[in-house]
Design a protein around this ligand. Structure first.
Ligand code: F1P
Length: 368
């Protein structure tokens, strides 16, 4: 895992690693030449490990915590957004997600001063991202409450964990998170079900790996068709509830791997200005729910009338149909593989190297 180490923030300088993100002459358009492709395609094996690890771990009683904060950086911040929404939906207790830098530098805007302990769920693929490690360290030293860590490595962050969930099979070579993100999101979803005392929901998750594999087999060519069409110059990912965080992550994949303008929005928010960007060069991807399908489908229909290419993903009646029979709250991971493949194939179509995103490193370490 490559990393940018020793960045001296005191000089307010940032050293950008000049990354040759263009294809070198030996690399072809052959997907299997890339770690990213293999990691996307074999990720469902890791989902099973994530479920079992979250099932086996000893957890505190959710009634102990009046406020729950999920945190991470980049992809794992977006994972935190999805997980916080799910936690509150399932447990009925207040939960929110913030970037680790906000928890570290502006804690007064994040943590309410209350007598009872707060639960911090710190999420990090590497377990070494500076903001996340420092935020967890400060949370513990300030005696704010308990810390749950969800990671793919038993690293620095885990030293602050009261509960340490490490899905080592989610480790990956690629910089842009794919298999790792999905493994941690499945673990986070299972964690939420456990904290809500919903063993039934945890059991229902066991069908996810098989469904995920079937989706990739059935729809990869569709993902390649959309991703490979370079007439499209802008992508919008719409998702609400727990799906908004997943829309943010799909957006980041499109940016990291393809250098394409893309943005995430809550579904109905797209009408309030951003839809001015809808045209024949736009793709609007909807992470459709069951509960609000009528309202969400109407947004996609209107954007299609404005000339955009719309792509709906959902349990039924969509371009990409899950037909999982898994309860809606536990099937969020199913939105990810096809959207990861869409970004991957677009990267190749643009002659970029999906394994080496422009300017990025797998871990950001700072001298804070
Ligand atoms: C966080 C992160 C990633 C991002 C990039 C740099 O890493 O910001 O989300 O995509 O790879 O690192 P981590 O804390 O999850 O290891």
């Amino acid at each position: 895992m490559n990393e940018l180490v020793g960045l001296d923030m005191s000089l307010a300088k940032t050293r950008i690693t000049r990354t040759n993100h263009k294809l070198t002459n030996y690399q072809t358009m052959e997907p299997t030449n890339y770690h990213t492709y293999d990691e996307i395609k074999n990720q469902t094996e890791v989902w099973a490990q994530a479920i079992e690890m979250a099932r086996a771990i000893s957890l505190p009683d959710s009634a102990r915590y009046e406020q729950v904060i999920f945190t991470g950086c980049g992809s794992t911040h977006y994972l935190s957004l999805a997980a916080a929404a799910l936690y509150q939906e399932l447990t009925g207790r207040a939960a929110r997600a913030v970037p680790a830098s906000e928890l570290l530098l502006n804690p007064q805007t994040v943590i309410r001063r209350i007598d009872s302990p707060t639960l911090l769920v710190a999420i990090s693929r590497s377990g070494t991202t500076t903001e996340t490690v420092k935020a967890a360290e400060k949370f513990k030293s300030d005696k704010r409450g308990d810390v749950v860590v969800i990671s793919n490595y038993d690293e620095k962050l885990s030293q602050f964990a009261d509960v340490n969930i490490v899905i080592d099979k989610g480790q990956e070579e690629s910089v842009a998170q794919t298999r790792s993100f999905a493994s941690m999101f499945v673990a986070a979803s299972a964690f939420c079900a456990r904290m809500a005392g919903r063993a039934d929901l945890l059991d229902a998750m066991c069908d996810l790996p098989c469904v995920g594999q079937q989706l990739m087999t059935k729809y990869e060519s569709f993902a390649e068709e959309i991703g490979g069409n370079l007439d499209f110059d802008r992508f919008y990912f719409l998702g609400s509830g727990m799906r908004y965080g997943l829309a943010c992550e799909a957006n980041l994949k499109m940016k990291e791997m393809t250098l394409t303008h893309s943005e995430p929005f809550h579904f109905l928010e797209f009408r309030h200005g951003p839809m001015s960007m809808a045209n024949q060069n736009a793709v609007v991807v909807g992470l459709l729910s069951d509960a609000n399908r009528v309202h969400e489908a109407k947004v996609l229909s209107e954007m299609g009338e404005l000339g955009a290419t719309v792509v709906g993903l959902g349990e039924s009646d969509a371009d990409i149909v899950f037909e999982s029979a898994v309860p809606e709250c536990m099937r969020g991971v199913l939105y990810l593989p096809i959207l990861q493949l869409m970004a991957f194939h677009r990267s190749l179509a643009k002659g970029l190297n999906p394994d080496r995103p422009n300017h990025l490193t797998a871990v950001v370490r700072l001298e804070l």
